[in-house]
Each structure stands twice: as C-alpha cells, then as structure tokens.
Design a protein. Structure first.
Lengths: 112, 112
C-alpha cells in the first residue's frame, strides 16, 4: 500500500507565489525524498532529507520533516511557469533494501 | 550519459498477448525496480531487484514476471495481457536502495 499521501491533490497558483505541498507517511523511515514529474516524462529526484534532519534547502526548494507527526512539506518559493509538474514524496519504509514507496502526488500548475 | 533507458516508448497489445518491456541502465546500479502509474493512483511497485540474480515482488506483482541476469538489464514480462494492465510503466535504478533513484521516461502500454 502507498506509504505517502500528498496534500493537496492539485494546486494552482500565479507565477511569483510560493507553493506548499504536504506529505504524510505511515511507518518509520530512514529518509524521505521528493521527486518531480513533468508531463509525459519520468520522475526526477529533487531533494532527500534524512530522518535526523528537520529542514533542508536546495535553491528555491525548502523541505521540512517532522518525524513525530510523520509528515513533510515541500515549499517552492517564487514559483515559475516551468515549475508546473506533479510532485511526489517517497519513503524507504525504514529499510535500505527495498525501493521507494510513493504517494499519489500533487499536481502543481503555475500560471504566468 | 544514457541513465535509464526504456523501450519501447509506446505499445498497443491485444488481450492475451505477451510482451517484454525492456529496461537498461549504464550506471552500474545494483537496485532496479518496476512501477506502474495509473491516474489518481500514483506509482505502485511491481517487482524489484537488489542485484543480479535476485528479484522480489512489490505491491502489484500479479501478471508480471521479471529476471535479472545482468546488472544492467531488468526486463518486465507480461505473460497474458489484460485490459487492467493498461498503464504507464516506469523502470528505475539506484546505487543503494535508500538513496537517490533514477527513472526512465516510461513505456505507455495500451491493451485492447
């Protein structure tokens, strides 16, 4: 069954605004990752945050992790039309020997 | 840098036909996996491998077979295609199971 659940399912914002997506998961984890999928393409890794980290930055991306609430958020600041894509969180379920388990994703539309 | 290569990109089958989806990676990754992506369902794990000669089932393995005779290749076989297997199939690879995963661009499969 799916480990992560993203919220909201869809998000539409104006260019320049910030976009926040949330992810909840069920079991213990070693790390949590965020991926991006452009229409018709495969997933591309954005950022990995380990279970002992609370916040991580990469360019315009900011990820937080709250292991006590089993939740994470992805913030994209100053969004651009090119950020339009689906965003997925993925967890390892606490094991380093199995593939990632993905949520259903958030579809982000950034309107120019 | 080819990364993860999937072939074919598109395929139409008739119910009952069999076929093999090809996946190859040139990054010397031990871990490989197959996912299917359906609207509103996110990515669901079909089968995965932690090294040559080792495979295991994921969340939705029924109707699919895999083998891993080399590090580079991880083909997915549909034994007797059914309309319920209409989906987009993604292959992914990783150096370590809990690290970053790299995805191919997918095979879009329609079964009539």
């Amino acid at each position: 069954s799916q480990q992560g659940e993203e919220d909201p399912q869809a998000l539409s914002i104006q260019e320049g605004e910030n976009a926040t997506m949330n992810c909840s998961y069920k079991t213990s984890i070693n790390n949590l990752q965020w991926y991006r999928q452009n229409s018709g393409r495969g997933l591309v890794h954005l950022i990995l945050i380990r279970s002992n980290e609370r916040e991580k930055h990469s360019g315009r991306l900011r990820v937080t992790l709250d292991t006590s609430k089993k939740s994470s958020s992805l913030l994209i600041t100053a969004s651009r039309a090119a950020d339009t894509a689906s965003y997925f969180c993925a967890t390892d379920g606490g094991s380093g020997n199995t593939p990632l388990v993905f949520g259903k994703g958030t579809r982000l539309s950034v309107i120019a | 840098n080819a990364g993860v290569t999937q072939t074919p990109k598109f395929q139409v089958l008739k119910t009952g036909q069999s076929m093999t989806l090809q996946c190859a990676q040139d990054m010397n990754h031990e871990y490989m996996s197959w996912y299917r992506q359906d609207p509103g369902m996110g990515l669901r794990l079909i089968h995965y491998s932690v090294g040559a000669g080792i495979t295991d089932q994921g969340e939705v393995p029924n109707g699919y077979n895999v083998s891993r005779s080399t590090t580079e290749d991880f083909p997915l076989r549909l034994l007797s295609a059914a309309p319920s297997q209409t989906s987009v199939y993604f292959c992914a690879s990783s150096l370590t199971g809990g690290g970053l995963w790299y995805f191919g661009d997918g095979t879009r499969l329609s079964i009539l």
